[in-house]
Structures are given as C-alpha cells and as structure tokens.
Design a protein around this ligand. Sequence first.
Ligand SMILES: Nc1ncnc2c1ncn2[C@@H]1O[C@H](COP(=O)(O)OP(=O)(O)OP(=O)(O)O)[C@@H](O)[C@H]1O
Length: 262
Amino acid sequence: MASTHTMTPAVSIRHLFKRYGDKTVLHDISLDIQPGQIIGYIGPNGAGKSTTVKILTGLIPDFEGEVTIGGMDLRTHAQDIKRTIGYIPENAEIYDVLTPMEYLTFTGRLYDLSPTMVRERAERMLTAFGLQDVLDQRMDTFSKGMKQKVLITSGIMHNPSLIILDEPLSGLDANAVIVMKEVMSRLAREGKTLFYCSHMMDVVEKVSDRIMLINHGTVIADGTFEELKQTGGDTLEKIFAHLTGETNLEGAADQFVTAFEP
Ligand SMILES: Nc1ncnc2c1ncn2[C@@H]1O[C@H](COP(=O)(O)OP(=O)(O)OP(=O)(O)O)[C@@H](O)[C@H]1O
C-alpha cells in the first residue's frame, strides 16, 4: 500500500478562519484527511462544527484560508467538488408531498443519475433500512427516522468519494444505527472518506479512525481514540467533558432542576 504521505489528501484545510463581524467562529483550523479515513469531528454546542461543514459543502463561500478537496481548490472548483461530495444533514427540509422514489429521482437528477439507476440503487438502499414497502408512499405520513433514512440514501446514492455527515443518525432507531455504523465502516474500507460530526460520543468513539475535538472554533485535541485516552478518561464522553473544561455537569443539572424552586 502506498504511504499516506504520498497520497493527495481527501481534504486539506490550511489556516481556516471564519468571522461574522467581530466574532471569530473558526480560528486557524488546519487539517489533512487521508482517503479512507473516518474523521469524528466533535465539540460542544456552538463550537463551529456546522460552520466547518457548511464551508466544506460550499454553503458558506466567504472564509479565510485554503481548502482543497481531492486536490481541487474549493474557491475555484466548487462545482466540480460538489459532484464528488455527499452531504447528509440533520433534519433537512424534505418535500414530503413526494414519495421517496420521487424525491430521490429529483435529487439524483442533480447528479445526472437516470431514473432507472436511481430506482435500482434506492430500492436496495431503502430495503436495507426496512423501507421497501413505502417506496411509493407520500412522505407526509413518515416518522422523523423514516425521513432521515431517505435523506441518508439521497446523500450517498451518487457514490461520492467524500461523505460529510452532520448528525446523520438523528431519529434513527437502534437497528438502523447498527446498519449505519456498519455502512460507514464499509464505505471507508472501500476508500471513501467520511467527515462525521456528531454528539453521539459512543458511536464516534467506535467508528472513527481519528477524532478531532474543537472548542470555540479551535482544535483542542486530534488523534485516535487510543491517543485521546492518554489525556485522561476511558470513554470519549469523559474525555470530551475533561478537555472542554466541564468539570461540574452534575452541578449544571442541579441548577436546571432547582429552577422550579421558589
Ligand atoms: N450566521 C451567523 N451569524 C453569526 N454567528 C453565527 C452564524 N452562524 C453561526 N454563528 C455562530 O458560530 C458559532 C458556531 O456555530 P456552529 O453552528 O458552527 O456550531 P456547532 O458546533 O455546529 O454547534 P451545535 O453542536 O449546536 O450544532 C456559534 O457561536 C454561532 O452562534
């Protein structure tokens, strides 16, 4: 196998800053992600995860620093890059007057997938999630998790080389989470790169080859789970609390609950 040093990184970020007026929400982020890696990108609420994702997916075009994806500069090749990316958002607006097949035919068209190709792939992917009987039913009767399964399929159906997942397991039942964990590992083994943002520490701990923890827009830890363990803590949940300086979570719960008291 070629040394990872000679490969073009799947994602390369150099000195990324994002400011809103006087507020800096991403502060000098630099990282290289190699093809076939699953990166767990974690951090407290407001840390800057979604902002990073929106930059990578081209939704926020004004940023400082350099970002290349598959060797292409995001500023000059945004359209080419979009074809190589799959994006699975949490709770995207889904046109729920459509059926899954209609919706996927519509999103597939954006990637030049023929209706026949969409039907073939979607049938197989949605069957894996147990939705084979509702492929042609309107989604306004679907539960949150059923819609999320359609969104996941929509993000992966065009066979992208980089898959960006922003809390993708939201609303999925325990069986579907098991399927998705296995899907993520298998896709990475096939050489796809996964950029996985989540608050589900137990899943991140298990599936990620490398974990990056950001806080206030800055990377505060970067390594494998085994490496992160050396900072203290035997679970990612504990490591997260320790490194983000949250030492009194019980006190926070106490303060919340006692708000009912006069
Ligand atoms: N359009 C905006 N204008 C000003 N500030 C913004 C804007 N969008 C995001 N922010 C700020 O940027 C910071 C990072 O937000 P971001 O959504 O990236 O966090 P996150 O890590 O994804 O959080 P969460 O875990 O809650 O989803 C927050 O302080 C947020 O208030």
